[in-house]
Every structure is written in C-alpha cells, then in structure tokens.
Design a protein around this ligand. Structure first.
Ligand SMILES: C[S@@+](CC[C@H](N)C(=O)[O-])C[C@H]1O[C@@H](n2cnc3c(N)ncnc32)[C@H](O)[C@@H]1O
Length: 375
C-alpha cells in the first residue's frame, strides 16, 4: 500500500527558484566576473561588495541549473543579506521556515511555487569565510564557528526540511558592516579549495596553484613519472612536482630557482631546464627519460589563445604518454576572458573532452583548466 505515502510526499514538496544569482569570488577578479556574467546575457548587476556580487536574471533560476561563472568560487541562489546573526536567522526563517515570502525585501527569497524539492530530505549548512584580497585578514575560525552555532541552535536537524545546501558568507571582523549573506546550492555541491601555503624553499607562489589544483580535482601524480612544464620559471610548481617524486622538463626562457637542481639530485630525480620559449621546442629538445612525460603543466604569462596554441604544440610531442594536463590560463583583461570560451572549445576538440576549470585560492586573474585521459 504505497499510495497514501505518495500523496503525503507530493503534498509536502516544493521547488526553490529565485531570479537572484549569488556569486563569491576573489575581490581581484570581481570586475572580470561582472563582465563574464552580464555581457551578452540576461543578468543585471544587483548588489556588490568586495568578494560578493549578486545578479538579477529576467527569469527564475533553480538549483538544477549549470554554473554560470568560471571565476566564482561559490555560486547559488541568493537569499539576501542580514546585518546581524539574529537578522540572519529571521531571514532564513522567512525563506525556509515556511513558504511565506517576506514583504518589502529588496531581494526576496526563493519562491516556493512548484513541486520539486523533497521535503523528506534534510538541508545541510556550509559556513564560508568572506573572500578577501591576499593581503587582508580572513574571517577568523571563531567568527565562523559563532555563525554556525547560531544557525544550528535555531535549526536543529529535525527542522531542516529540503534537499539543498544553505550557504552563509561571514565577513571578517573589520568588515562586519558587510553583514552576513545567505544563499542556496544543490546538495553535494563542491566546497571551495583550501588555500595552500607554500613552503619557504618553494621558489614561487605557483607552488600553491599547482597543489591546490591537485587537491581540488583529486589528482594524484605517480612518483617516478615525469612532467613537461611550460612557463616553469622560477619553479614553484617544479618544486611541487619534484616533492611528489616527478622528474621535470622545465621549459622557460627565464632562469629557474638556483636550489632546484640540487633538490632534484637529492631526490634522485631529473630536472632539465630547456631555456627556450615553448613554441620553439621540438622532439630533439626533450631528454631521454626512463618514462615519457605523463603530465603537461603550463603557466605561461601569455593570452589564453596563445597559451592554447603552445600547449597543443607541446602536447603533440608527448601525446602518446600524456595522462593529465593542468593549464593555468591568464585572464589579465576582458579580452582574455572573452576569448576563453573559444579556447576551452579548442582544448575540448583536441583532447576529446571538456576541460574542468576552477578559480583557486592562490589564483590572481587566472583560472586552471584540467584535462585527463579517459580511463
Ligand atoms: C607566472 S610565471 C610562471 C611561474 C612558474 N610556473 C612557477 O611555478 O614558478 C610565467 C612564466 O611564463 C614564462 N613564459 C612567457 N612566455 C613563455 C613562452 N612563450 N614559453 C615559455 N615560457 C614563457 C615567463 O618567462 C615566466 O617565467
């Protein structure tokens, strides 16, 4: 006799929609993100603070839509902001506690107007630090814990009906005037990558960019393999590769960090610096290795279309052995951003799969694109 249960569930399910899109991003990239989402689209800028931008769409957005931004570290349906924790609880109460919409809010919470979200499921809570610039103090663990506790007290598990994640952005104490901001994401949405602090021996912050990419995309490099690295100097990423037992062919006309060669030797690894631009290397330049390169790493400070051209040329030299390409694409200006869809499509055609991309905590105006050989 399943019929009565079916009726009960259908009667208690709702869908969440909102015309407001929430994005969090590195403050450095916010102008690019605004350009990315508003040019040639139906989004209009709604609200903006360093690290947070909301957009208004001309149609209701739902949680099942694909992500819109490659620069946002978090993206979802906006529930709006609240100056204090009690106001935040009240905002969540209006948005999630029952189906009523608040009156007079600049940014109303999602409307509960269709049958979709199973109310038998329990929503999850994710409390995030407000994105800040590299030299700014991030939100303390204490402030994050305080916000989490306040919401957990107001919302014990049995009250949390709905198949979604409630996200809260908590500003650092010196930005407390920003208030809190609430948004919804699908259940199981990936958490932003954690920031990696480079060890003092690493010659550059690019160490962190590579390690964050490995962690974010759950890539494990096999010790004893080798990598071809384009735009390798001064060698932060090279150091991360050597640290993982990977021999490196480093291609860059600039100098590599002076300690890398002895570090490689001490680990019994090969480090060969080909002091040429990537477009000038050919098969004769590549040293004989016990194993052909399985990894292609690129971080050249050239525009994305140029980078893609050099990457594809280098790939043709190691195509048969290549397993994973980790490509940093510099987005210095809106022209670079505008070229990105075309570049990603070109990479997709060449590799036979769409690149996965992310903007990671140690990125400035750049993203990473990852392509893996199909199993
Ligand atoms: C952001 S830095 C790379 C940082 C490096 N990945 C690290 O881990 O330290 C950009 C590098 O790209 C190099 N570069 C620019 N054009 C290049 C080209 N055509 N071929 C190879 N390297 C290039 C520059 O010399 C510079 O060292």
């Amino acid at each position: 006799m399943t019929f009565p249960r079916l009726v009960l569930e259908v009667a208690t399910v709702r869908a969440l929609t909102s015309p407001f899109l929430f994005t969090a991003s590195a403050p450095d990239c916010q102008d690019l993100l605004k350009h990315e989402l508003t040019v040639g689209s139906s989004f209009r800028l709604a609200f903006s603070r360093p690290g947070l931008v909301t957009f208004k769409s001309d149609h209701p957005l739902s949680l099942s839509e694909p992500r819109r931004s490659r620069l946002a570290t978090l993206e979802g349906l906006s529930l709006g902001g609240a100056k204090t924790l009690p106001e935040l609880i009240a905002l969540l109460e209006r948005a999630l506690g029952d189906a009523r919409c608040p009156e007079g809010d600049a940014e109303p919470p999602p409307a509960h107007d269709a049958l979709e979200t199973a109310q038998t499921e329990t929503w999850t809570l994710a409390v995030h630090p407000w994105p800040v610039a590299e030299d700014e103090e991030p939100t303390s663990e204490d402030r994050l814990a305080e916000a989490r506790q306040a919401i957990e007290n107001a919302w014990p598990l049995e009250r949390r009906r709905g198949a979604f994640e409630v996200g809260i952005l908590v500003p650092p104490v010196d930005r407390a005037h920003f208030g809190y901001f609430a948004f919804l994401r699908p259940l199981g949405a990936s958490a932003p990558a954690a920031k990696v602090i480079p060890p003092s021996e690493a010659p550059s912050r690019a160490y962190s960019k590579l390690v964050e990419a490995l962690e974010h995309f759950q890539l494990s490099l096999t010790p004893g393999s080798s990598a071809l690295e384009l735009g390798a100097a001064p060698g932060g990423a090279t150091f991360a590769l050597l640290e993982r037992g990977i021999s490196v062919i480093a291609v860059d006309p600039a100098e590599m960090g002076p300690t890398l060669a002895s570090y490689a030797r001490s680990r019994g690894l090969l480090l060969q610096h080909i002091k040429k631009p990537a477009q000038a290397i050919d098969g004769k330049d590549l040293p004989r290795l016990s194993s052909a390169p399985r990894y292609l790493i690129s971080d050249m400070n050239v525009a994305p279309p140029v980078s893609a051209q050099y990457v594809l040329r280098a790939r043709s030299l190691i195509k048969s052995s290549l397993d994973v390409a980790i490509l940093t694409l510099k987005l210095n200006d809106t022209a670079a951003l505008d070229a990105l869809p075309r570049v990603l499509a070109e990479l997709e055609r060449a590799f036979g799969q769409p690149p996965q991309t992310a903007h990671l905590p140690s990125h400035r105006r750049e993203i990473v694109a990852v392509l893996q050989r199909r199993p």
